[in-house]
Design a protein around this ligand. Sequence first.
Ligand code: 5BU
Length: 458
Amino acid sequence: MTTEQFVLELEKIGAIKFGSFTLKSGLQSPFYFDLRDMISYPEILDGVAELLAERIKDMDFDVLTGIPYTALPIASLVSAKLGKPLIYMRKEEKAYGTGNNVIGKFKKGDKCLVIDDLITTGASKIETAEGYEKEGVVVEDFVVVIDRSANGTEELAKDGYKLHSLITLDEIVELLSSKNLISEEKVKEVEDFTKSLIKPKIAKEKYINPLTQKLMDKMVEKQSNLVLSLDVTTQTEFFDILDKCGEEIVMLKTHVDILDDYDENFVPKLQKYAKQQNFLIFEDRKFADIGNTVRHQFRNGVYKINDWAEYITVHMVAGELILKGLFEGIENRSAFVLARMSSKGNLLNETYTRKCFEAAKKNPQWVAGFIGHGKDVEDIKRFKKKFPGSELLMMPGVKLERGSDAMGQQYITVEEAVGGGADCIIVGRGVIKATDPAKEAKIYRERAWQAYKKRIKK
Ligand code: 5BU
């Protein structure tokens, strides 16, 4: 089967349609491609597999994959034709950090060629590549049956991937028009539509959140990127440890609601320490409800967190308007959005993380940074590369040695965290449970600051 014959077959079985279609994004498109039903036509499926095999046979790869569902049966045929092993990624992605997302045999460092049916913007391809990279599989090339994108090649190239396609939208339009299968007006409509999809390039965000700046300034002033998580349950213990460690830290993280003896003296005393020892205050409240509720949780109630914590943590699970609920009408308060968590089996997956970035991009005035974690330096680097602006990466789950606790917390080392991209490390038990918290805080501070200086020098 030639590419031309293949396209004509697709048109015959209704996999290529011209008309007016509403896309997932709400846009009206003058054409629609849907290759899912190709599996009901074995000759067509075999034909396209043959064309793809021919196209990729001289490329350099160890394994190949198809993105489920549509491209997986195609890829398995190609795999058989070329004698190259197949792997695939579960569609229902396992939660971050749990592993075993790839089915099939592969070695770390194997190069995987990724087959897909279509490319529209390239976003999901990049997500797929990142999924594989997290499992130690290297992705460099994508081969799609139809390139229907306006600038997919450029989009993938930005992240270092190469796009190959069997056939492009333009070629399909040209072929069908030469066979009088579509009208001249339609051809024009398609052209106009694809042109309208190319977004003007926006200059890189210059905006820097004032509280991002404030924290960065404080880090430099204090020569520390250590955030102490003072997770104790009595005020005596709290201020006792603070006496010993306050000078070492850039910021203090509280869970005010775990204090058994919280009273009206707590906040004024904390503020006095913050002033004397020159640190910022961050309440790790992890707001997650609807806008109206979090507004009250932040501003009212016993703790009146807004009165004393400049930084708070926020989950994006309820949607980005939570930020409006929290911060609208008040100044000098900002969130660290939980883009990834350190706990084993947590449910924040890549898509969720990306949504957190999108929310932050839209609300830069309210987001100072992200809370995140990673399994190693490379993983953290990949994660941080996607930050939309100049947000800081705050990282809990850090100790001097790797490890875990009995309730799901996972620790990487100070050097891994900071080397990968953490701007601040958040340390709780590593310091507060040490026999000598003062000495331990010094060690964490020195190691984290060394690693930070080393990273930014590069
Ligand atoms: P640890 O004692 O160093 O394990 O304490 C870590 C702190 O950071 C603790 O207060 C957690 O509530 C907090 N934390 C975390 O460990 N992991 C996360 O993903 C987030 C917060 Br978000």
